[in-house]
Design a protein around this ligand. Structure first.
Ligand code: SER
Length: 316
């Protein structure tokens, strides 16, 4: 029986992952947690306030709900992390260590999202291998490298921890919170609502990306794979598509011909420049059968449709 805790449940990935987990495992078996309760809780929604840096609070919650699986999504992303490096370290590293320590104590399975941000200027930019130079330039990237090492360390001690180096995630349900790949999501909303967007990275900036339904399938696929299939306990490279900001704008223009994209790079350009353009995820594909479904055209078609439908419904 799975009794699941999701930390950072109200974030971009959490919002969609919680729905998928509720469908798969039953609503009463999924406990959402985060800083603040959602404004509207449905009757079947179980929410607990949790600061992952507070070990006692975490242990109490685990014991009370008899948790056996944690999707540990609470974290500070790359751009926010540069503005609040101390908080980024504290939440991303100390929070994870608390979760892994609890996992060791209570025999809990853990999912940890790592990131393409573990790579840096000396990592190969194209087909970045699973094992290569990792020299991140951001506090976020440093916390993710540290996180991966912690996962590997605790796995050696018997913890069933599994992790993915996620690329930029594109979705319409909840906004991303302070990442560098956020421009891709922002562009869709601005295109539908205003017909114009000022992008904070240059047009040729190309990064690995993935549509949310693929990301959810990847996370659930990894967590459901037989333990013997998992040969990497730090974190798997994983990707779907790579495209530049200009290519995304051009694909959006196929649906919204009047859309205009301007470019005004800010401090996030340097972060994007330090990350790979295309990563090699062949180990994930070979070990546990990872396969993406959505290419750029499919992502854009669905995103434009969903955002348009939602803004019509909201009366915008
Ligand atoms: N999407 C994340 C960010 O931009 C990368 O992991 O911070």
């Amino acid at each position: 029986m799975n009794k699941i805790l999701v930390t950072g449940a109200r974030g971009q990935i959490g919002s969609d992952l919680v729905s998928a987990l509720r469908e798969h495992y039953g609503a009463t078996n999924v406990i959402e947690s985060g800083w603040r309760a959602p404004p509207h809780l449905s009757e079947s929604q179980l929410f607990e306030s949790l600061d992952v840096t507070d070990q006692r609070q975490l242990y109490k919650l685990i014991e009370y709900h008899q948790i056996d699986t944690i999707y540990h999504l609470a974290g500070v992303l790359s751009a926010k992390g540069e503005q609040h490096p101390e908080r980024c370290w504290n939440v991303n590293v100390n929070g994870l260590r608390n979760v892994l320590e609890a996992a060791k104590c209570f025999g809990i399975q853990v999912f940890f999202p790592s990131s393409i941000a573990v790579f840096g200027p000396h990592s190969p930019k194209l087909d970045t291998p699973q094992v290569t130079v990792e020299d991140p330039t951001t506090m976020y990237g440093i916390t993710k490298v540290t996180g991966e090492l912690l996962c590997q360390y605790y796995a050696q001690q018997g913890v069933d921890v599994r992790s993915l180096r996620l690329p930029g995630i594109i979705s319409y349900s909840a906004p991303p919170g302070g990442g560098t790949t956020d421009f891709a999501v922002e562009m869709f909303h601005a295109a539908v609502q205003f017909g114009t967007y000022t992008c904070f990275v240059r047009p040729e900036t190309r990064l690995p990306m993935m549509y949310m339904p693929d990301a959810i399938r990847a996370i659930l696929g990894l967590m459901q794979a037989a333990p013997t299939a998992i040969t990497i306990r730090s974190s798997y490279n994983i990707t779907a598509v790579s495209f530049s900001a200009a290519e995304l704008a051009a694909e959006i223009q196929k649906h919204l011909p009047d859309f205009v994209c301007h470019y005004k790079p800010d401090f996030r350009q340097a972060i994007a420049d330090s990350w790979p353009s295309v990563i090699d995820d062949s180990r994930a594909r070979a070990d546990w059968g990872w396969k993406h479904k959505y290419n750029l055209a499919a992502i854009v078609e669905e995103m434009i449709g969903e955002i348009g439908f939602r803004s019509q419904k909201a009366g915008n």
